[in-house]
Write a protein that binds this ligand. Structure first.
Ligand SMILES: [Zn+2]
Length: 137
């Protein structure tokens, strides 16, 4: 537990949260902001600043919980769409530096925006990017 981390305090039940689900590795709770009704956050219980800090078991656990919660949101709210969103670092929009992902029911015209400024590089450039990442796996 990191002493100054609000999500560690939620996991430790030191501050209240509306908890949807928890298991040994994850905690799912209602986002106070509620972009749309049923908006849930899934966090790893152990403190990890971001996706880079997750081990394989934590990564598997958070996505297993996210998929489970997504199915429950669909059954409970029947949204026409659902987004899973996760940010790492300030430029990506991360504001709480304890790994979490958003499971967000979506509706037409709900005001949520994510712009994809595609660059469409040539195949050779894609292959170069691909090789650079593969070399680090
Ligand atoms: Zn934390």
């Amino acid at each position: 537990m990191k002493a100054d981390c609000i999500f560690c305090k939620l996991v430790a039940k030191q501050i209240p949260a509306s908890i949807v689900y928890e298991d040994d590795a994850t905690l799912a709770f209602m986002d106070l902001g509620q972009v749309n009704p049923g908006h849930v956050l899934v966090a790893c219980k152990a403190h990890a600043d971001n996706v880079y800090a997750l081990d394989d078991a934590q990564a598997a656990a958070v996505f297993r919980t996210a998929a489970r919660v997504a199915r429950a949101i669909r059954a409970a709210f029947d949204p026409p769409g659902l987004s899973i969103y996760q940010a790492n670092g300030t430029p990506a929009g991360q504001t709480v530096f304890h790994f979490h992902l958003h499971v967000l029911p979506r509706h037409d015209g709900d005001g949520m925006q994510l712009v994809w400024p595609v660059k469409n590089p040539p195949r050779e450039q894609l292959e170069a990017y691909c090789a650079k990442i593969r070399a680090k796996l």
